[in-house]
Design a protein around this ligand. Structure first.
Ligand code: ATP
Ligand code: MG
Length: 404
């Protein structure tokens, strides 16, 4: 067995009030019941980097059924790996039991075969995590950071290192390569040279990862507000072929295709900087937009504008099936794309594009606000002014006023 390493301990370098009151209360109750318990993962990292955490996750030595007994409003979730959702007010908090480091990670001295979901001591739970900045534990009662992985050093230096050798950690779970890009862009951290080398070398293993997990990370990458930078990294590492192979085929046809997509990502980032938040359907529309718009051209097929969302559906369909994307998100994405032909009819539509159509009908659709924002994105991406967008928006608003 590997000996437990010595933990570095640090006082909290930020005010205590940055901690979530309810999460602290959950930690306190577990500690009072005699269980070693910490705040862990992304929330510790974000607090140390000075941003507000999305959620506060808790890790404990208590087993799921023990956690369950302490909190009346709690529920055990998951089949293979059980965690507990503890409800407080309208929120819930994820409480997971410390997990052992999977065997691959412990070198050849391992005697017992361990599965990914076996419980273990807290230091092993820190070591099974992906990056050092994600492996820090925070004890809100003792008011200290417990660091088994040299995470504080890396936070202070602004660098992203895997816990252990990237040559081991990336092949073990290639999705970590995508997580590396996400964290380096979203948190502005520099990856180590070894990480970049290993990411390049092991990227083809991404084709072995579950498509649903890959898709999940693709959407998270597009939501970093740094989509243009992400796109550069994805291209530099040649990852599109593993993430969305059908899109890669289209990109290969013409260098302009990649540039057009890059412009959309830049526009998305610009809108994100102004507070716009993308979601599944909008991100899908961004990814497939330039390709779909080409497929709408009459040279490709001759159908009515009302049928264009079916064309878009044919493109996104493969991705949807492979990754089991939520059906409504894909449907909305296709509607957003098809709506562009009405809101901004291209030359090639001719008389068909100028024919009267029912704006009120479209403006009443749930996806309409996104279609409008997508028009804005296209205008920004192609360097046009926003008059068209403003006009439609004004029209939609006056409809709303009439209705209320
Ligand atoms: P985000 O802010 O995007 O949610 P996060 O760091 O909280 O980032 P999660 O996917 O929510 O990421 O995962 C929570 C924690 O679980 C991470 O901080 C990390 O410690 C660990 N983790 C997540 N995915 C992996 C993985 N593929 N391999 C190892 N550890 C992981
Ligand atoms: Mg998280």
């Amino acid at each position: 067995m590997v000996q437990p390493p010595k933990a570095q301990r640090y006082g909290l370098p930020f005010p205590r009030r940055h901690l979530d009151r309810r999460a602290v209360s959950i930690v306190r109750q577990l500690q009072d019941a005699g269980f070693e318990t910490y705040l862990v993962g992304g929330c510790v990292r974000d607090l140390l980097l000075g941003s507000r955490p999305k959620d506060f996750d808790i890790a404990t030595s208590a087993r799921p059924n023990q956690v369950r007994r302490i909190f009346r409003r709690s529920r055990i979730i998951g089949r293979r790996f059980k965690i507990v959702h503890v409800h407080m007010g309208r929120e819930f908090y994820e409480v997971s039991t410390f997990r052992a480091t999977p065997e691959e990670n412990q070198g050849e001295e391992v005697e017992t075969i361990k599965r990914d979901n076996e419980y273990g001591p807290s230091w092993e739970d820190a070591h099974r995590r992906d990056f050092t900045v994600n492996g820090l534990f925070l004890d809100p009662i003792a008011e200290e950071i417990v660091d088994w992985v040299d995470g504080m050093r890396d936070i202070e230096a602004g660098v992203l290192h895997t816990i252990g050798d990237p040559e081991v950690r990336f092949p073990e779970d290639p999705v970590r390569i995508l997580r590396m890009i996400k964290f380096m862009r979203r948190l502005d951290l520099d990856p180590g040279d070894a990480e970049i080398r290993a990411a390049k070398a092991h990227a083809p293993r991404l084709s072995e990862s579950a498509p649903a997990r890959l898709a999940e990370e693709v959407f998270r990458l597009l939501a970093t507000r740094q989509a243009a930078g992400v796109w550069e990294d994805v291209q530099a590492l040649n990852l599109v072929q593993f993430l969305i192979p059908e899109l890669q085929d289209w990109l290969r046809l013409d260098d302009e295709h990649g540039k057009e997509l890059a412009n959309r990502f830049k526009a998305l980032d610009q809108m994100a900087a102004d507070g716009f938040e993308t979601d599944y359907s909008f991100s899908l529309a961004v990814l497939y937009g330039p390709w779909a718009e080409q497929e709408f051209h009459p040279a490709k097929r001759k159908i009515r504008v009302s049928e264009f969302s079916q064309v878009a559906a044919a493109l996104t369909g493969e991705f949807q099936q492979r990754a089991r994307l939520p059906r409504f998100a894909v449907t909305y994405a296709n509607r957003i794309l098809a709506a562009q032909l009405r809101l901004d009819p291209p030359e090639f539509l001719g008389a068909q594009g100028r024919r009267r159509w029912n704006f009120k009908g479209m403006a009443g659709q749930e996806w309409f606000p996104q279609a409008l924002e997508y028009l804005k994105l296209r205008l920004i991406a192609s360097g046009r002014d926003l008059d068209l967008y403003e006009d439609w928006r004004e029209k939609a608003l006056s409809l709303e006023r009439k209705d209320s």
